[in-house]
Design a protein around this ligand. Sequence first.
Ligand SMILES: Cc1ncc(COP(=O)(O)O)c(C=O)c1O
Length: 386
Amino acid sequence: MRSSEIRELLKLIDRPGMISFAGGIPDPALFNVAAFSAAYGRILGDAAAGARALQYSATEGHPPLRRWIAERMAAQGVSCEPDNILITSGSQQALDLIGKLFLDPGDGVLAAAPTYLGALQSFSAYEPRFLARAEATDDVKLIYLVPDFDNPTGETMDAAARQRALEIADRHDAWIVEDGAYAALRYEGEDVAPVAAFDQRRAGSIDEIRTLYCGTFSKTLSPALRIGWICGPRAVISRLTLIQQVGDLHTSTINQMAMHEVAVSSYDDQVARARDVYRSRRDTMLAALARHAPEGLSWTRPKGGLFIWLTLPAAMDAAALLQRAIARDVAFVPGAAFFFDGSGSDRLRLSFSLSGEAAIDEGIERLCMLVREEIDVPIPAAAIGA
Ligand SMILES: Cc1ncc(COP(=O)(O)O)c(C=O)c1O
C-alpha cells in the first residue's frame, strides 16, 4: 500500500464514531485561546505595536522572542545569545533550511529507521542517501536525531547515547540536527540535557558546536502560528538566515509577537497542563494494551511525547490492518512510512494525544480484537499443501 492510499484511508477518520490514534497533533482543548486573544488584542490595541506587528520584519526573528528562547536554551545547558537563534516557520522549515544549506545529491544522512517522516521528506528534496548506520568509510553530512520521545517510536536517548552520537559526528565530520519537537513533554523521569548541551560542554562555546538544535512551540502552545527555531553557531545561523530570506523573508511578525507574549505569561503553566493530560492518556493507553493485547503484540513505553509504537505479531501487515480497522472505526498510522529502507510493514504508530480516556480504552480494545481475529484465522488447507 502506498502512502497516497493510506492518506485516502485516513481522510475517513473525521467521520462520527471514529476513534483516531492517527494524528500526531496536540489536543486543541489544551490551547490557551484566551491568552492568545488577549495577546493579539494588546498588540493591535496599541497603535505603535500594531503598526510593527503588521509590518515586514527582520528575517532573524522578533528580538524579544529570540531572547526568550536563548534564555530557555541556556536553562537546558545550551548557553547562547539571541544571535544564535533563528526563528523559523515551524521546525519543519528549520529542517528544510538545514537540508538546503548542507545537502548535495548523494550526501549521507544518518538517521534512525524508523524516523520522523517529515524530516525524511524535507531532506529528500536534496537527494541525499539515507543511512541507518555509518561505516567508517561512509561520507556522512548530517545526523538527524529526535532524542526525546521520538516520533514515531516514543523512545528517548540516554546521556551515553547522546555522547555516542557526538563521537560518530566527530568521526565523520558531520553536523547533528537535533529535533527537540517533543522535549518539553516529559511525563516521568529526569530530563536529559540536549545533545547541543553535551556538545557545548566539550567545545566550550556555542559557536564551536556541530549540533543544530531545532525547537518548536507547536506541541506546547500552538502549531497554527508556525513558530519554531534553530539554535546553533552564529556562522551557521547567519547562512541559514540568508536562505530563509530568499524563501519567505521572515516568519509572521504578529504571530511572533503574540507567541512571545503568551510564552512569557503562560508557557510553564501550559506545559504543566499538557503534561498532566497527556501523561494520563498515555497511562490509559498502556493499561488498555496490557489488558486487551493478544500474545505476540509488543509496544514501547514512552516517558513523554505523544506516541506508542506497536510491533504486530509475525508478518502481519499494518497497512492491510488499517483498512479493516477503519471499517471498525479505529485508525492509526501504518509504520512503513517512517522507514527509508522499505521495512516496517509490521509496525504501527498510535498517538494518545487526541482521545479521551474512555475512547482510548475502547479504541485499543477494537484494535486488539482485530489483531486477535487475524491471528486466529485458520490457515487454508490449500496454503499448506494438504
Ligand atoms: C519530530 C518532529 N519534528 C518536527 C515537526 C514539525 O513541527 P512544526 O513544523 O510544527 O514545528 C514534527 C511535527 O509533527 C515532528 O513530529
